[in-house]
Design a protein around this ligand. Structure first.
Ligand code: UFG
Length: 331
């Protein structure tokens, strides 16, 4: 049995590949390397460079490797970009996922794990959000993922395939063993931006808005360590293989940190101050987005191991330092 990981050369996908290999699984990665990196794929995994919507290629991969599960990360992930290019997002995230599900059904792959997002909820508020909360995506990105969830739901009713869709909150950090991490240039995510600023890769950073209805006026998010997220997928795989029913579950820690708390954590990890400026609100940001993660804990038996902001930040900063070395070796 082999697990097919799409987008396995990307940030979360490359952690998933290590998680599976560490657990003794056989892994094949399908990635077109548009934003991922060949070096990010663990050498023990087989890498195929190509597109998830290439029916013949995916069919061949499934048959040649006896794939019994697909973990689907490949897709576009930048919210403002999705507002500027909605049709591109619906094509890349929704249409291609439809084709991949169709190929999985045709080839008789029984298990499918899908990378969904908290963006399906829209502005969630200070209360931790449950899976049965109102679904109101505020961006084409969120809607492109929600439509994929719905396609999976309907396909699972009609065909012999079961799925788990995990709705990620704010994924951050890096492999504690330093094997992979967030490597995309021009990143916009808070912890990555703050680490880059601390290390002098950016002259300064901005806090986007300080007049939100939160305790310190800055936005609150539920930051989850990427290794805990990968572990949740591995448990979801085990559960599906043991006959578990299809499931949609949040992946977060159920508590939020403000932008200022995150920046303080980066200051502690770095040991020095860096230039942080107060800026205007960023369009589209919700005041708070925090998961209720009881379902994942109960159904998957998921017990997060790195639920600690300082730990997440330390791993992110350590990776940022490794990345500096990698880049300077290459240039
Ligand atoms: N922020 C700053 N300065 C920065 C970067 C971010 O103040 O330089 C703030 C943002 O305004 C926001 C918070 O930090 O309040 C977190 O922002 P991120 O960009 O790190 O993450 P988002 O919460 O905007 O987005 C994340 C995922 C998306 C997903 C969304 C769902 O990255 O993929 O959560 O809620 F869609």
């Amino acid at each position: 049995m082999t697990v097919l990981v799409t987008g396995g050369a990307g940030y979360i996908g490359s952690h998933m590949v290590w998680e599976l290999l560490d657990a003794g699984e056989s892994v094949v990665v399908l990635d077109r390397l548009s934003t991922g990196f060949e070096w990010a794929v663990a050498p023990e995994a087989k890498l195929v460079v190509g597109d998830v919507a290439d029916r013949d290629l995916v069919g061949r991969i499934i048959r040649d490797n006896k794939v019994d599960a697909i973990i689907h990360f490949a897709g576009s992930i930048v919210v403002p970009e999705s507002v500027a290019d909605p049709l591109g997002y619906y094509e890349n995230n929704t249409c291609k996922t439809r084709t991949l599900i169709e190929t999985a059904v045709r080839e008789g792959v029984p298990h499918f794990i899908f990378s969904s997002t908290a963006a399906v909820y829209g502005g969630a508020g200070l209360e931790p959000v449950r899976e049965d909360a109102r679904l109101a995506p505020e961006s084409p990105y969120g809607l492109s993922k929600l439509m994929s969830e719905w396609m999976l739901r309907d396909a699972a009713l009609a065909h012999d395939i079961r799925y788990t869709a995990l709705r990620y909150f704010n994924v951050a950090g890096a492999d504690p063993k330093g094997r992979t991490g967030q490597s995309t240039p021009g990143a916009t995510h808070l912890i990555k931006v703050a680490c880059e600023t601390a290390l002098g890769k950016r002259p300064f950073m901005q806090v986007f808005g300080k007049d939100y209805p939160t305790p310190d006026g800055t936005c609150m998010r539920d930051y989850i360590h990427v290794s805990d997220l990968a572990a949740a997928h591995r448990l979801a795989l085990q559960r599906l293989r043991a006959g578990g029913e299809s499931l949609v579950a949040n992946c977060g820690y159920s508590h939020g940190y403000s932008v200022l708390e995150v920046i303080d954590s980066v200051r502690r990890a770095f040991g020095h101050d860096f230039d942080v400026r107060m800026g205007d609100r960023r369009p589209g940001d919700a005041a708070a987005v925090v998961a209720n993660s009881e379902l994942a804990r109960k159904e998957l038996g998921w017990t997060p191991q790195r639920d600690d902001l300082d730990l997440i930040v330390n791993d992110a900063l350590a990776w940022e330092r490794i990345l500096t070395t990698k880049n300077s070796v290459r240039t």
